[in-house]
Design a protein. Structure first.
Length: 237
C-alpha cells in the first residue's frame, strides 16, 4: 500500500480532457515533483486531489482510504493541505489572523488556533511579521504566509503549487530550505513548479505530464534527459 496514489485519474470539461488517465504514487517522506508545460493539467490534478473539481473517473487513495466523493473540507481533515498558485490573502487581516483562519480546521478554540498559528509562523520564520497587514506583504512574504496557512491545517501530505514563482534567487533558495525543513518535520510533499533547478534539486522522483497525460517519470536526471520532456518544453528540432 502506498502513502498516496492515483489510478487512471481523469477530468473532462465537456469535450476537453484536461487530465487523462494519470496514475502515480507517492511514498511517505518523499518530495514528489509534478511538472509540464503551461496548460498541461498540473493544477487540475491538484484540484482533483483536494476535491475542488469532481473526478470524472479514476480513484485517489490516501493512507489506504479512497478519497473519491469527499468534500474539500473533509479532504483537508484527512490530512491533505495545499497552497494556491495565485495567493489571495485576507487583505484586511494581519498575518497572524490569516494563519489562524486555517488553524480553525482542527479546533474551534480561538486560543488554540492562535497558538497553532504562532507555532507555524515561527517554523516559517515569519514571527516578526505576525502583526503586519497581509495586504502590505511583499510577494515573497505572501508566498511564505500561504505555506504557513497550509501548515496550520496540520497536513500529512502538502501540495505546493508554484510557490517559487515571482521570487528573487535568494527567496527561492530560502524557499528550498523551508521545503526541506517541512520534509524533515514529517510532511510528505507533492510540488508543482516551473523553475527547473528548484525541482531538480528538491525532488526524489518526478512525473511530467503534457496535454493532461503522462509523458515521462523517474528520477530528476532521467526526466531531464527524456526526449519527450525536452520536446514538450522546447519543441522538436
Amino acid at each position: 500500500m502506498h502513502f498516496f496514489e492515483t489510478h487512471r485519474l481523469t477530468k473532462a470539461f465537456g469535450g476537453l480532457i484536461a487530465v487523462n488517465n494519470v496514475t502515480f504514487h507517492v511514498e511517505e517522506g518523499e518530495i514528489y515533483g509534478l511538472i509540464g508545460p503551461n496548460g498541461s493539467g498540473k493544477t487540475t490534478v491538484f484540484n482533483l486531489i483536494t476535491a475542488y473539481y469532481p473526478i470524472t473517473s479514476g480513484t485517489i487513495r490516501f493512507r489506504g482510504k479512497e478519497m473519491n466523493g469527499l468534500p474539500t473540507w473533509k479532504v483537508c481533515k484527512e490530512g491533505i493541505g495545499r497552497t494556491f498558485q495565485i495567493v489571495k490573502p485576507l487583505a484586511r487581516m494581519t498575518v497572524l489572523e490569516n494563519v489562524m483562519t486555517s488553524a480553525f480546521c482542527r479546533t474551534s478554540n480561538t486560543a488554540e488556533a492562535r497558538e497553532k498559528a504562532l507555532e507555524v509562523l515561527q517554523f516559517c520564520e515569519m514571527e516578526k511579521k505576525i502583526d503586519f497587514p497581509a495586504k502590505g506583504l511583499t510577494i515573497g512574504d505572501r508566498k511564505r504566509m500561504e505555506i504557513a496557512r497550509a501548515l496550520a491545517t496540520s497536513p500529512k501530505l502538502l501540495l505546493l503549487d508554484e510557490t517559487m514563482a515571482g521570487l528573487t534567487p535568494q527567496e527561492q533558495a530560502d524557499g528550498v530550505q523551508l521545503i526541506r525543513k517541512m520534509r524533515n518535520a514529517g510532511i510528505t510533499i507533492i510540488i508543482v513548479e516551473h523553475i527547473m533547478h528548484v525541482i531538480m534539486n528538491l525532488c526524489d522522483r518526478i512525473l511530467c505530464i503534457n496535454y493532461g497525460q503522462e509523458i515521462a517519470r523517474g528520477t530528476p536526471a532521467e526526466v531531464a534527459n527524456n526526449q519527450n520532456v525536452i520536446e514538450a518544453y522546447l519543441g522538436k528540432e
